[in-house]
Design a protein around this ligand. Structure first.
Ligand code: C2E
Ligand code: CA
Ligand code: CA
Length: 776
């Protein structure tokens, strides 16, 4: 109740202020009205004190929680005091400077300090590139204003060093600072400085503009006291006070994600400022400008150059990061990760014909290692890699999987050609290797799987080539082509599609949830849905064990629908309890062929009366590789309907950086293989940092996955990463357990920002026994 009365009083005063400003403006505009002491002194003074009163009422609501409100109140009051001194004590013919100037001048630093506080609070985690853009914008606009104010500055500097000179110089300098601050904040784009930032921006601009016009007229001697020009300050102050009022009326804003498009505004502002800086420099070669204008223009161009350099470095680092992650350290060949990324996209490419996967495994490599040492083993692997590369025609993809295993994806070959390549390579490796003065004989066994006959995706092909390779070893035939009969030995493998159908029918698939924590606030706003198979005889299975089979058997659309249904049911339950959690569901690349996916999703949301914002879809870069145009159409339709899109496993794919800009996405999930090494590798940490700032400069949210330690958690927080997901925070758990976990965090004795760890249930202990899935 007290609150409402307070707000009503403040609202009433704001209206009074509006009326006073209007009366003052009209009074000044009336013929002879400006010289009426009631208008030019009484009304003006009254207006400023009402404005100060609104500000202090605002302060009494916010207290020390909002320093920007307190500082702005100080600024307005200091101005009102200066004003009063003029009106009551000094009069128009007063000496310059006087105590009144002190009041006027204090307005600027206090207001600038208020801006700094407000911006700092809102712009946490913004990319350094945006800050640089903002700096370019600030200095550039100050340079332009310095040109405009050149006559004022020149005259002020002409005086000998005295208080009067300093004060008359202080006004234009403060105006420069004010305009620079406003331009800088505009460059920060959608970062709002409290509620109604636009009002504040306009207010400050009008204030500075009134100052500038006044100063220029003074120099020319054309200034006339008490004309409508004087109303400029009153109007400007009114706008500033409206901002104070509105900022105090709302509670502290939830720290927001960097707004979409922030980067774009920043770039536009800095580009315009750079052009302006150039213009000022060009002008200085034609006419005399103040040294200050030229220096500011120079600084603008230097900052702009720094900005370009930074952008270049970010892109180069990311490219470096991708290369590093996809390369095998020992041989310099592409690694397993590269095989999956590049290989999968080759398989999905409809323009390519039949292909074959060769899996090569050195015979008796272990003996080399044991008898000659690891160093010799390494040397042998390097030479084998080089020789394979020499004997392979261009266009095929040679990779080292790890250990003594190599895989080759042959492009556009039939069965006979694949065998020919295998034979050729075996012959090439049969020649002895020179190893530290020794001549070493080596041989290799090759398993062959054919695409598309033996499998539709890389994992299936690898599995079959592996079976074939063991067959080749066992029979010492050298090479072997996979055949269906070979597979019988794999009794533990899931073979029947029938089993999957039953699983779907009998609800053996369940969904677990893993929270994504907001690193800034420690709050949880979203969770990821992860599929599990409650297998009747084999226990709880993880996606690695069955997802390929789902994909190969064409059951993926049905599974995706099932996961979506379960996740959205869960979302309704949470909504009903007032816990507004966003749920992320993974979409596999094959969902792309499902052109009516957007309609299905819309219908499922509508059936539960859920807003589309509760759903987030995670896709991988692979999603777009098969048919980019189609993929983009589906994504656009989904996102237009309000569903959020997230790019999963970011950094492991091969598509170009530009797609980030083109695609309708909200979030990037940096793959866990980048997070694991960052704690003990400064270089990896630097790469993570630059990826974060790249995401932010594109206006995207960055989520780190695979956060397993407190060290990684703290480091990511320090780097300004937005969200984190990982075992350190919470493992994927059934919905009930997640509810309990969330509840425990909200318990009063738990500090909200600290992740709470639960002892793992037996089910999860299985997961914890699995080795960390670091990239090969
Ligand atoms: P993903 O989308 O990258 O999901 C995150 C995976 O990382 C999950 O594995 C999760 O359990 C694991 N993880 C979470 N925190 C940590 C951590 O701190 N350290 C480590 N080492 N791992 C962590 P999960 O549940 O085994 O899922 C594997 C993959 O299967 C998922 O990778 C996703 O690509 C796929 N998947 C899962 N559910 C679905 C689904 O419903 N539909 C589709 N199409 N794919 C799914
Ligand atoms: Ca995911
Ligand atoms: Ca992922």
């Amino acid at each position: 109740m007290k609150q409402t009365a307070h707000a009503a009083l403040r609202g009433g005063l704001v209206w009074t202020m509006g009326l006073l400003v209007a009366a003052y403006t009209i009074g000044l505009a009336l013929p002879g009205g400006g010289l009426n002491p009631f208008v030019d002194r009484g009304l003006w003074m009254l207006t400023t004190w009402v404005q100060a009163a609104v500000c202090w009422l605002a302060v009494s609501r916010t207290g020390r929680r909002r320093w920007e409100v307190l500082l702005a109140a100080g600024a307005v009051t200091s101005l009102a005091a200066g004003n009063t001194y003029y009106v009551m004590v000094a009069g128009t013919g007063s000496p310059f400077p006087s105590v009144g100037d002190l009041g006027y001048l204090m307005f600027y630093p206090l207001m600038l300090a208020a801006l700094v506080v407000a911006v700092r609070r809102r712009a946490r985690g913004l990319a350094s590139s945006i800050w640089l853009d903002s700096a370019v914008g600030s200095v550039g606009s100050a340079a332009v204003l310095a040109v405009v104010l050149s006559p004022v500055i020149t005259i002020a500097l002409r005086g000998s060093l005295s208080v009067a000179t300093v004060v008359s110089l202080a006004y234009p300098m403060f105006d420069l600072a004010l305009v620079a601050a406003v331009a800088g904040i505009v460059a920060l784009g959608g970062v709002r400085v409290g509620t109604g930032w636009g009002v504040l921006g306009v207010g400050l601009t009008v204030y500075a503009a009134s100052d500038v016009v006044y100063a220029l007229q003074q120099v020319k001697g054309s200034y006339v006291f008490a004309t409508p020009l004087d109303a400029g300050w009153a109007i400007a102050l009114a706008l500033i006070v409206v901002w104070v009022h509105r900022t105090a009326s709302r509670d502290l804003p939830v720290p927001q994600d960097p707004p979409r498009g922030a980067g774009v505004t920043a770039m536009v502002v800095s580009a315009v400022a750079t052009a302006a800086g150039l213009g000022v420099l060009l002008m200085s070669s034609q006419t005399r400008l103040s040294v200050l204008a030229v220096v500011l223009a120079g600084v603008t161009l230097l900052a702009a150059a720094g900005r370009t350099q930074l952008a270049y470095r970010q892109v180069a680092r990311l490219a470096d990061l991708r290369r590093q992650v996809a390369t095998d350290d020992l041989t310099g060949l592409p690694n397993r990760r590269a095989l999956y990324a590049e290989g999968s996209s080759r398989l999905l490419d409809p323009r390519r014909g039949s292909q074959a996967l060769l899996l090569l495994d050195l015979d008796k490599f272990k003996e080399v290692n044991d008898s000659l040492g690891h160093h010799a083993g390494d040397l042998l692997l390097v030479q084998v890699g080089a020789r394979l590369l020499d004997h392979l025609a261009a266009g095929h993809l040679l990779t080292r999987l790890g250990g003594d295993e190599f895989a080759i994806l042959l492009d556009d070959v039939d069965r006979e050609e694949a065998v020919t390549v295998a034979v050729t390579l075996r012959a090439a490796l049969a020649d002895p290797f020179a190893l530290e003065g020794l001549s070493l004989h080596s041989s290799v066994s090759v398993g062959i799987a054919l695409f598309p006959e033996d499998g539709a995706d890389l994992s299936t092909l690898l599995r079959k080539a592996d079976i074939a390779m063991y067959k080749a070893k066992a029979s010492s035939a050298g090479h072997h082509i996979y055949s269906r009969d070979d597979d019988d030995g794999g009794t533990t493998r899931l073979r029947t599609v029938e089993e999957l159908r039953i699983a779907l029918e009998r609800d053996q698939f369940v969904v677990h949830y893993q929270p994504k924590i907001d690193l800034g606030t420690g709050e949880v706003h979203s969770v990821e849905a992860l599929l599990r198979w409650n297998h009747p005889s084999r226990g709880l299975l993880y996606p690695d064990a069955f997802l390929n089979l789902v994909e190969a058997s064409g059951l993926m659309p049905a599974v995706t629908r099932m996961v979506l249904g379960a996740a959205l049911d869960q979302a309704s339950t949470w909504q009903a309890r007032g816990e507004g959690l966003t749920i992320a569901v993974n979409l596999s690349a094959s969902s792309l062929v499902d052109a009516d996916l957007p309609e299905q999703v819309a219908a499922m949301l509508a059936a539960r009366g859920l807003p589309s914002g509760v759903l987030q879809l995670e896709i991988t870069e692979e999603f777009l590789m098969a048919d980019r145009a189609q993929g983009q159409v589906i994504l656009n339709r989904l996102r237009d309907s309000g569903v959020q899109i997230s790019i999963d496993d970011f950094g492991t794919g091969y598509s170009s950086l530009s797609y980030l800009r083109e695609l309708p996405i909200d979030e990037i999930k940096l793959d866990r293989s980048f997070i694991f090494p960052m704690i003990d590798d400064a270089r990896a940490a630097a790469l993570v940092a630059s990826t974060i700032s790249l995401a932010h400069s594109l206006g995207l949210r960055m989520v780190a996955e695979g956060v397993e330690t407190a060290v990684a958690y703290d480091e990511l927080k320090r780097l300004g990463c937005d969200q984190a997901q990982g075992y350190f925070i919470c493992r994927p758990v059934p919905a009930v357990d997640l509810g309990r976990w969330l509840g425990a965090r909200l318990a009063p004795d738990q500090p909200a920002a600290v992740p709470v760890q639960r002892s793992p249930s037996p089910l999860e202990q299985e997961a914890s026994l699995m080795p960390p899935q670091v990239g090969a």
